[in-house]
Structures are given as C-alpha cells and as structure tokens.
Design a protein around this ligand. Structure first.
Ligand SMILES: Nc1nc2c(ncn2[C@@H]2O[C@H](COP(=O)(O)OP(=O)(O)OP(=O)(O)O)[C@@H](O)[C@H]2O)c(=O)[nH]1
Ligand SMILES: [Mg+2]
Length: 235
C-alpha cells in the first residue's frame, strides 16, 4: 500500500516485477537504471547468486514529479523466478501497489509462464489481494528470439479475463518497451491512489462540507537519458 509521509512530503509506491525464471526481470531493472538520469534514480541493489540468478530480490528507486509539493518515489523490486524461492516471492509481494508480470516469449516457456502467473495469483490471495484490485501490466519479453510464440497465443494464455491487462511486447535486453512498461504500471498505481484519495475525501466531506476534492496526480513521465525526464533526487 502507498506510503504517504506528510512530515517530509514523500509519497512512496512499491512495484514488483514477477515472472518465471530467467524471463528478464533483473534485465528490466538494469535497463531502467541505465536509461534514467542518475539524478532521478538511486543505485540498483541486487542480491544474486554467482551465476546472476536472483536470490532474494533486486531493488531500484526512481523518482517522478507527479503531485505538487510531494516527492514521489517508485520502489521497484524483482523477485526470483525459481519456484524454490517462493518464500521470497511472498515476502516481497507484501504491500505491493502494482505488478509487472514479465513473461518469456519463447515457445517452450509458455507452460512456465502460466504456472508462474498462477503462483502469483495464489500468493496475492494469501496476502488478501487479487488481480482484480492491483494494477498489473503484462510484458511479453524476448520478442527478438526466433522461437517466440505468437503474441495472440500469449494473450490467450495470460490475458483472457474480463478485465484486460495492458500488455507490451519487449526486448528488455535492448531496452525496447522497458520504460513504456514502467510508465504504464506507474499510471495504474497513481490512478488507484487518486481513487483512494477521493474516497477518503468523500468520507471527510461528510464531516466537513467545505473540503475541496484533491487534484488528480499527473501521469509520470519516465523517459530515457536523452529526454527531459522531470526527475529529482532519489535516495
Ligand atoms: N534474447 C533476449 N535475451 C534476454 C532478454 N531479456 C533478458 N534476456 C536474457 O535472459 C537471461 C535472464 O535474464 P534475467 O534478467 O537475469 O532474468 P530474471 O527474470 O531476473 O531471472 P531470475 O532472477 O533467475 O528469475 C539473461 O541472459 C538476459 O540477458 C531479451 O529481451 N532478449
Ligand atoms: Mg533476476
């Protein structure tokens, strides 16, 4: 759940990158780290094995100016895709405000994608959360590989609910659509936060009829180095 620190005017959101083993979650964070101005992001922390497999999580904080008077931090986490690390997944998922599900496009990884998606759903339920309530963006990664499954097939497999998720085709290793994915999930998270503010304000209004409705936050604009990202310092 979003943290609002009124004393030092900081808003903090947690976004978790999930997906099957080796689908490219850590690569997403590395690309975000290398594409954003250093002034708009912190250093990336990776807890991985010698073979670069994520052991517990990766962490990267990015900042965007989306709400007047508040520093807005998006704390990005990855979780290990290997099933043996399910305890890490559960722990990192706690208090998540948004999810990016990174699916591996290779045809022989579709069963693993589905299993990972179902494990994610089960773990969210354990935390009292669900796909219906949490902003989620799907990323079909490794589109550059010759054995990539058709996107329609991946949509059929992972995006077949009444509520359709936003989805992107990506080559995370080259950075294609990595920032677009992050922007989309950030927008979903901010929209949900705004709904919460309005709801809380409505409750307050019942006590104070003069209260004004809050301004909606602007969509974040997390652009690459060459752009003019409205970023400031991240801790
Ligand atoms: N061809 C191709 N390879 C990619 C792409 N994205 C990531 N990879 C490669 O896939 C491998 C696994 O990437 P990681 O980012 O470590 O995967 P992960 O999801 O963090 O893996 P775990 O933490 O073990 O679950 C690495 O060798 C990456 O270079 C892509 O878009 N195309
Ligand atoms: Mg990893």
């Amino acid at each position: 759940m979003a943290t609002v620190r009124k004393e030092d005017k900081i808003l903090c959101f947690k976004i978790v990158y999930c997906g099957t083993a080796l689908s490219g979650k850590t690569t997403n964070l590395s690309q975000i780290h290398s594409r954003l101005e250093p002034s708009g992001r912190g250093e990336m922390v990776s807890l991985s094995t010698a073979a670069d497999r994520t052991l517990f999580f990766d962490f990267l904080a990015v900042e965007a100016n989306v709400m007047q008077g508040y520093r807005t931090l998006f704390q990005l986490y990855t979780v290990p895709g290997q099933i043996s690390y399910n305890a890490s997944l559960q722990l990192v998922l706690k208090q998540a405000d948004g999810i990016v599900f990174v699916a591996d496009s290779q045809i022989d990884r579709q069963r693993d994608n589905l299993q990972s998606f179902q494990t994610l759903e089960a773990n969210l339920r354990l935390n009292g959360n669900s796909f219906d309530r949490l902003p989620l963006v799907l990323q079909y990664n490794k589109r550059d590989l010759p054995n990539a499954a058709p996107v329609e097939y991946m949509e059929f497999l992972l995006n077949n609910r009444t509520r359709r998720f936003t989805s992107f085709e990506a080559d995370a290793a080259k950075g294609r659509n990595v920032l677009a994915t992050l922007n989309a999930v950030s927008q979903g998270v901010l929209a949900q936060f705004h709904e919460r503010l309005v709801r809380e304000r409505l409750e307050l209004e019942e006590e104070d009829a003069s209260a004004e409705p809050p301004e909606p936050p602007e969509a974040p604009d997390l652009r690459a180095r060459a752009g003019t990202a409205p970023m400031a310092m991240a801790p």
